[in-house]
Design a protein around this ligand. Structure first.
Ligand code: NAG
Ligand code: NAG
Length: 374
């Protein structure tokens, strides 16, 4: 027991140290280069520190050693699997900030059917509670799935019977396709994506292969960050390149669609470390999901994680990243520059839709090559 406690404390201290280090790093990058005058600590950092302290308090309070836990009268309304899990996995910091949701998620009957709550799981993941506690229940599956699944990643249609539609407002793929062709569910419409050059922002895949070939760099493995229904991975599959797609559902069955196309969906949010080992992939693409909506510090971590998984000589493709023009110049351009990658392509253009005009936004399409050695 003493050993477990000691280990927990050690892990806790390691976590605190890491967080403080990253806060230190953030605060040091946020300061303007005027060392002698001490800068006031920005409010959001104070807020982060406060959250961190609250989390630590929570962790130390909520993880007594097993013997004291049993000595105390445990509240009967806490799901027993949640108690069990928190003893097995004492540190899962972000989950502790949303005890109500975790509590709801862990309220189920072990060894029977799980509640229909994939939306609840996603809500937790989006709040940084990842990995989620594991559960011992059986996830529901569609009652009458078809076994004739498409082998082609661009089938004329996807089988509706292989999706649980209960949580979605549309109840079929054709409904989703008809709603908005840009959602990526109208597959005949998706076939032409990534293949043509309409403006300098485009990088058709044949051209990408030419660039890689000319640089003596082979493309075999990739990660598409925020890849929606997986059309980039689908096109790359036809070139015999394996691409995994991180995608969140956000009210539409993106993960289901990727899988029904015979591609690998990874249900991971943008703020999460990619579940891929260091230096192993040839290409990382950041699509529409990655743009100015992401706080600059979160984007910095995302880019450094992309760097982590890329091999030397691999490519980072920012596909139509958009931000305010002034921010691209002052914030995002320098941030991307921190990677020290070779600019193979760097194209910007005004974003001419109504939102873009209103906010003075621009697009950036960049293909960057990671240096072979630092
Ligand atoms: C992909 O692999 C298949 C089977 O080996 C081959 O027939 C096809 O030509 C390859 N496609 C490309 C674009 O290299
Ligand atoms: C926006 O309009 C300008 C001027 O017509 C054009 O040069 C630019 O390419 C357009 N941007 C996009 C993204 O189409």
């Amino acid at each position: 027991m003493g050993v477990t406690m000691g280990l927990n404390l050690l892990l806790l201290m390691a976590m605190v140290a890491t967080n403080i280090l990253s806060l230190y790093h953030l605060s040091s990058t946020l300061q303007t280069p005027k060392p002698p005058t001490p800068q006031p600590v920005p409010d959001h950092l104070l807020h982060q520190l406060h959250t961190l302290r609250a989390t630590i308090n929570h962790l130390t309070r909520d993880h007594p050693s097993p013997s004291t836990a049993t000595a105390k009268t445990t509240k009967p309304d806490i799901p027993s699997d949640l108690l069990l899990y928190s003893q097995l996995s004492p540190i899962a910091s972000s989950c502790h900030n949303h005890p109500d949701l975790v509590h709801k998620y862990m309220t189920y009957t072990p060894f029977s059917l799980c509640p229909l709550d994939s939306d609840l799981a996603e809500a937790l993941i989006l709040r940084g509670c990842h990995p989620l506690p594991r559960r011992r229940c059986f996830t529901r599956t569609p009652p009458k799935p078809t076994s004739s699944l498409p082998l082609n990643p661009f089938p004329p249609s996807l089988p509706d019977s292989n999706v649980l539609w209960d949580k979605y407002s549309c109840k079929s793929f054709s409904c989703l396709g008809g709603k908005n062709p840009n959602l990526g569910f109208d597959l005949p419409h998706e076939v032409s994506n990534f293949m043509s050059y309409k403006s300098e922002l485009d990088l058709p895949i044949p051209q990408l292969f030419q660039i890689a070939k000319a640089a003596n760099s082979v493309l075999r493995l990739g990660v598409d960050i925020g890849g929606g229904t997986g059309t980039f991975a689908a096109r790359m599959k036809l070139y015999n390149v394996t691409v995994v797609t991180t995608t969140m559902n956000l009210g539409i069955p993106n993960n289901e669609a990727v899988a029904l196309r015979g591609l690998v969906p990874i249900h991971a949010p943008l703020q999460q470390r990619l579940p891929v080992f260091d230096g192993v992939v040839d290409l990382v693409r950041c699509g529409h999901a990655v743009n100015r909506w992401i706080p600059a510090t979160a984007l910095e971590f995302l880019l450094f994680d992309a760097d982590r998984v890329l091999r030397g000589g691999g490519y980072l493709w920012l596909d139509k990243f958009f931000s305010k023009g002034v921010d691209l110049e002052k914030v995002f351009g320098p941030l991307i520059g921190k990677l020290g990658y070779r600019k193979v392509k760097w194209a910007t253009a005004n974003k001419n839709d109504s939102g873009g005009i209103k906010n003075g936004e621009v697009y950036l399409s960049a293909l960057l090559q990671k240096p072979v050695s630092k």
